[in-house]
Write a protein that binds this ligand. Structure first.
Ligand code: SF4
Ligand code: SF4
Length: 425
């Protein structure tokens, strides 16, 4: 990697702590990903992205900022990339999948806060996230109670926080709130960038995001083959990288890998033997570098064939309609698409179980592992109902509750191994 230390210093980062983090990440990535067998050649691009995740990509963003392009960061898939691109800005995901500076974090948040929220604070307090430091605007949202209150505290640590109010009920009023909030957000980013969104510009950006989601749908579909042409770890990695790579380059790279996978499917080439127990993961999002449970599953004789998750199918399914002429009608199309996201913060949220069953069938899965982060009330509570309904449909389920720590790896392995064995014919 080139020397980016001057750039990181200018961003106000803690260089010593960041060196240690990168060192840890590099080793963890190599042990988890580079040791896999039969990886598609197209994964070379994603290896490269990961090797430069705090380097070249940040330099690209800084170069763009130098010529006036703004960077907007978000913690939720409800923040519409279509609007961000339409003001010639770049959207990056800020969620992190590792604990950091926990002692400092617990001076701001109670211990029983989910790891996803704690890590957002840890990366800020530890000064180790160049994405966060590069942003011109950070978008938080009122989704779960944890995030709602955490963003009040985060507002004291950063000076560019904007909070989006999101609905919790799929009603007419809920839809109207989402539309009003998207219009308020549009006005905010128009002011930030000095760019007024036109219908033409919005259609172009919708097409870019649709193409990105289309490529991810193509990848998801190919995983329905047996033998699976790509590991769950690699497919998850592509879904994770979707949150910070350039969208057009990312789409082309995913399509390249899909071309390769199509050939593999035709030749019946897979990453694991045909008949390997197939697992669908469902639940909380897994941000980089949260690879703990997927690595356990795929080292215990299973293969992951889908993620019902915001970093996965829940976050990328459904496209925005471009069959409209005015900005307002196009925004209606955006609202329609996002309003279908079945996050557990919605009540009731019956569609989610239906979607899990649909994904189970479409990916030819043998069982579902429900992944809940410790202290995440919405997903842990919903997991009980999901488990019951799936079992009523004769779908085997394992409910897992964990965090970002490594202490429970042994215990998780034992449970996952037993579950995978149960799925063998
Ligand atoms: S799980 Fe809910 S709150 Fe989290 S990213 Fe998804 S939609 Fe947003
Ligand atoms: S929905 Fe759950 S995992 Fe997501 S931020 Fe809230 S508590 Fe954490």
């Amino acid at each position: 990697m080139a020397d980016y230390r001057a750039m990181w210093k200018d961003l106000g980062m803690n260089l010593e702590a960041h060196d240690m983090l990168l060192d840890f990440l590099g080793k963890y990535y190599a042990d988890t990903f580079l040791t896999q067998n039969e990886r598609p050649e197209g994964m070379d691009y994603f290896n490269f992205v990961m090797s430069e995740v705090h380097g070249l990509r940040i330099k690209e963003l800084m170069d763009q900022k130098a010529v006036g392009r703004k960077v907007i960061g978000a913690y939720c898939v409800f923040v519409p990339e279509e609007l961000v691109l339409a003001v010639d800005a770049t959207l990056v995901g800020l969620c992190a999948g590792a604990d950091y500076a926990l002692d400092q974090v617990e001076q701001y948040l109670p211990r029983n806060t989910c790891a996803l929220i704690k890590s957002a604070f840890g990366f800020k307090l530890g000064g180790v996230c160049p994405y966060l430091e590069a942003t011109d605007l950070v978008v938080g949202e009122n989704t779960c109670d944890g995030k709602k209150k955490a963003f009040e505290s985060l507002g004291g640590l950063i000076d560019n926080l904007y909070v989006m109010d999101l609905p919790q009920v799929k009603s007419e009023q809920g839809r109207a709130l989402l539309k009003a909030e998207y219009i308020r957000f549009k006005e905010q980013i128009e002011e930030l960038t000095g760019v007024t969104i036109t219908a033409e510009k919005l259609k172009e950006s919708i097409a870019v995001v649709n193409a990105k989601r289309g490529a991810l749908h193509r990848l998801a579909k190919l995983r329905g083959a047996d033998p699976a042409p790509i590991s769950g770890l690699d497919a998850l990695l592509a879904n994770q990288i979707a949150f910070f790579d350039d969208p057009v380059r990312f789409t082309a790279s995913v399509n390249t890998i899909c071309d390769e996978l199509e050939k593999r499917v035709a030749d019946k080439v897979g990453v694991f033997p045909q008949g390997t127990p197939r697992i669908l993961i469902s639940g909380c999002p897994m941000a980089v570098p949260n690879w703990k449970l997927p690595a356990i599953i795929e080292s215990c004789g299973g293969v992951i064939v889908g993620e019902e998750s915001c970093i996965g199918e829940r976050g990328c399914r459904n496209l925005v309609s471009t069959a409209a002429e005015s900005v307002d009608e196009l925004i209606d199309g955006i609202v329609d698409r996002y309003f279908k996201v079945d996050c557990a913060v919605f009540t009731p949220n019956r569609e989610r179980v239906e979607h899990i069953e649909e994904m189970f069938q479409g990916s030819n899965a043998d069982g579902v592992i429900h992944y809940g982060l410790q202290f995440c009330q919405p997903y842990l509570m919903e997991a009980m109902d999901v488990e019951k309904k799936l079992e009523d449909s004769d779908i085997p389920v394992l409910r897992v509750e964990t965090d970002y720590g490594q202490e429970d790896v042994g215990q998780l392995k034992t449970r996952v191994e037993a579950f995978v064995e149960q799925l063998r014919p």
